[in-house]
Every structure is written in C-alpha cells, then in structure tokens.
Design a protein around this ligand. Structure first.
Ligand SMILES: *Cc1c(COP(=O)(O)O)cnc(C)c1O
Length: 433
C-alpha cells in the first residue's frame, strides 16, 4: 500500500487501526477479486458483441416524442438486450417504472382468469405480495381470478422437488422464480440451480411459462437465467443492468410470444412495442448497459469486502465472507440499534450526494418496525449505488448493496467501520477477548 494512499485515508478521517484491519482483509481477497474481474471482462465482451452486431450508432441516441413511432434507438436497444440475454425478444422501457412494475406487467400480460402462479422458491419479494394478492390489495391478480401457490425451500436451502411436483396442476400457467434472496435469509440462487429447477418443472409440465425475477442478479455470473431455460426474465434498470446511468426503467426479455404479450399489456392490445416514446433516454440506457458489467463487479467486490471485514469483527454475515455469491446484496447482523445507526451513518457520510445528512429511523408504510436507510445517490432509490437499509429491530440486520465504483464501495464500508469504532463498538471489544 502506497504511503500517499494511507495519508489520503487519514485525511478522510479513517483511523490507522481501522485502515490496517481493512487493508489486511483486502490483501486476502486478491484472488476473489481477480475472479470477479474475469466475469466482468467476459460480460463486457458479451455486451460489446451485442452492440457491435446491432450496429449501435449516434442516430440511436436521438429522442422521440408523442407516440414514439419508428424510434430506432428504442428498437435497437431492445435488440441489444435480446442478444445479451440470448432471447428472441426484449422490452426495455422508461415507462416500466420499476422492477415491481415490470414484474406486474409480465405476470398480468401472460395470465388469464383461472390460471395459477406457482412460486417454488418460497415467499416472493415484499411488493409482489400485493401484486399477486397474497396480501389483499386493490387491483391484485387475485381480484382477476388468478390463484397462487407457494412451495418453500427446504430448511437446507434446497428445492422441495416432491412438493413442487404435487403443487403443479392443470391450472398452473406460470412459475415465478426469484433469483435473489431479497430481504430474506435464504441463499440466492445461481443461474445453474435455476436451470436445474426449470428442467425439472418442464419435465412435469412442458408448456408452463418459467419467469425469473432477475433483480440484483444481472452480470454477477457469465450466464443468465435465460441461458438455462427461463422463458421470461425481468429486472429493474436502476439496479444492475442500468449501470448507474439509467435514470428509470425496467426490462423484460424472453420468448417473443410472451414479450409481445407484455408489450400489449404495457401499452395497448394491437399497439404493443410499436409505441412508447423514449424521451431522450436511449443514450443513458445504452451507455448504462455498456458500463453495467464493470459497475456490478465493483458492487460485488464491495459486498465481499464488507462480509469479510464484518465477519472478522465478529458479526454474522449472509452470505458468509468466503461463500460464492450470485447477487450484490450483503446482509450483516449488527446486534444493536447503536451499531446499525453507526453503520448507516458511515455509508451516508461517504456518499457523493447528501453526505452531510444523518439518516434517522422512521415509520415506513408497509413495515412493522422503523426503517433506516442510507443512500446518497445520483438517481433516487437506485440500489446499484452504495446504499444500506433495514428494519431497526432485533437482530438488527442491515442490508447493504451497490457502489458505482469499487473505490467508493470500499471507502463507504471503511467509513462504516470507522463509525462503529468511534462509538466504541468494535476493535477494543476484540482486543479484550
Ligand atoms: C428490487 C427488487 C424487486 C422490485 O424492484 P423495485 O424496482 O424496487 O420495484 C423485486 N424483486 C427483487 C428480488 C428485488 O430485489
């Protein structure tokens, strides 16, 4: 480590003791980081190949307004996404306003009254409970006569193949598979495991639609769920594939028939993909996708760095420091309210935007306990940017993710350690042992 770098961290108010601990951890991660860089390199070439094949040019960055007929930028962007995910078709739009909305469109477009959804990976992401109608909600799929079944993962994290087989019936139309653990403690699924699950399900019912909620999973591995049999794959552009540059948006990729259905639901039957002005966002979407493999690599390094540091300090981490990982989310059990606030304070203070504010827990609609959120992002709510949040209650789990650059993720984590240190919550503690 260069002296000027050490001095710079000192200028940034990182104590020597904190710096040394973090530095030691970083040294031990060289090989892991190299493997992450190789995945990023592979995915960079994959994205580049798709852009070169589709002859992306300056003309594709022009905006369209009104109906958005013949928006060649939008259409080419969708071709690029389809090539990156190796699918027949793609819908990539700013008027898919979030991940939840993209998933809502994918579900409501491909289901009809009397159809049933099966989730073989346990409880879906919180917001989807309302969409499906697991939690009674106006406009839910349940109100349209679409039913829902769920099979939980086994305690060891494996699929419950027997129960899945039992649950599939003549009404089962769509299988909803969630790749990332979201705010649960189950392991995130690798694309490989998703492939095994899909093969099994298709053996039982070949014509069922297998849809994967790919949020937080894009570009973490060299393959995507669509490479292992997923018929539809859905995600948010203010997470991984927007590369931090997309200011809004969602994507749906997959079989043409199913993606067309999504377009008819998003715009109007008969109009589909032909309409929808891009309003000048094409350039950000293209450039964000181009940056995404590198940005995801930085976020992954940050997650692994955080897990290894906090584990060393004696906190429980999911995934564990040495574990292989398939999304960019890191959970740390901080064991006290004080530690949780200090952690989030450290992340916030390290941000490029709103570094001067101190996050406070507050009562958020839909949550039992007060929630604290640290984020100083260029794009509101973008969780590909360095951010941390969690319910301020036992066992004080903080969920940490993102970082547009590895250096920012690194400093954010170091600063969170610094805050815990200043509060007397760590290091002194470990010396006493
Ligand atoms: C973020 C997320 C969603 C919802 O995305 P929003 O953009 O927040 O609506 C759905 N599923 C998973 C697994 C997610 O991580």
């Amino acid at each position: 480590m260069n002296d000027y770098l050490r001095l710079m961290y000192k200028d940034c108010k990182i104590d020597d003791k904190v710096f040394d601990l973090c530095n030691e951890v970083e040294e031990s991660l060289k090989e892991r980081f190299q493997a992450i860089d190789e995945v990023a390199e592979y995915n960079q070439l994959k994205v580049l190949a798709a852009m070169r094949k589709n002859k992306v040019s300056d003309a594709h960055f022009n905006d369209s307004t009104g109906y958005g007929y013949d928006d060649i930028g939008r259409d080419t962007l969708e071709d690029v996404y389809a090539d990156v995910f190796h699918t027949e078709s793609a819908l990539v739009r700013p008027n898919l306003v979030s991940g939840t909305h993209a998933l809502t469109v994918a579900l409501s477009a491909n289901l009809r009254p009397g159809d049933e959804i099966l989730s073989p990976t346990g409880k879906p992401y919180d917001t989807l409970e309302g969409v499906i109608g697991i939690r009674e909600t106006k406009g839910s799929l349940a109100e349209f006569g679409i039913t829902y079944k769920q099979v939980d993962l086994l305690p060891n994290g494996n699929f419950d193949f027997d129960k899945i087989k039992e649950a599939i019936n003549e009404k089962t139309k769509l299988i909803a598979i969630q790749r990332s653990k979201g705010y649960q403690t189950r392991p995130t699924l690798s694309a490989g495991r998703i492939g095994v699950l899909i093969s099994y399900i298709k053996m039982i019912k070949p014509d069922v639609i297998c849809m994967v909620d790919n949020c937080y999973g894009e570009f973490v591995e060299v393959i995507e769920p669509t490479d292992v049999g997923a018929d539809l794959c859905v995600g948010s552009l203010i997470k991984n594939p927007g590369g931090g540059l997309a200011p809004i948006g969602g994507y749906i990729v997959g079989k043409k028939e199913y993606v067309d259905n999504c377009a008819y639901r998003l715009t109007a039957p008969g109009l589909g993909k032909e309409v929808g002005a891009s309003l000048g966002l094409n350039r950000s979407f293209f450039q964000g996708l181009f940056m995404a493999p590198t940005v995801v690599a930085g976020a992954l390094k940050g997650a692994i760095y955080a897990a290894n540091i906090y584990e060393k300090l004696g906190f429980k981490c999911v995934p564990r420091g040495k574990e292989e990982r398939f999304d960019i989310i890191q959970a740390v059990t901080l064991e006290s309210r004080e530690a949780m606030l200090a952690f989030c304070h450290g992340i916030q203070e390290a941000a490029p935007v709103d570094s001067y504010v101190v996050p406070e827990p507050w009562a958020m609609p839909g949550y039992h306990d007060d929630v604290i959120m640290a984020a100083g992002a260029f794009i509101q709510g973008a969780s590909i940017e360095l951010s941390a949040d969690g319910p301020v209650a036992e066992p004080y789990n903080v969920y940490f993710q993102g970082g547009l650059t590895w250096y920012h993720a690194k400093f954010g984590i170091m600063n969170s350690v610094q805050k815990l240190y200043e509060k007397g919550l760590i290091l002194q503690k470990s010396e006493e042992k």
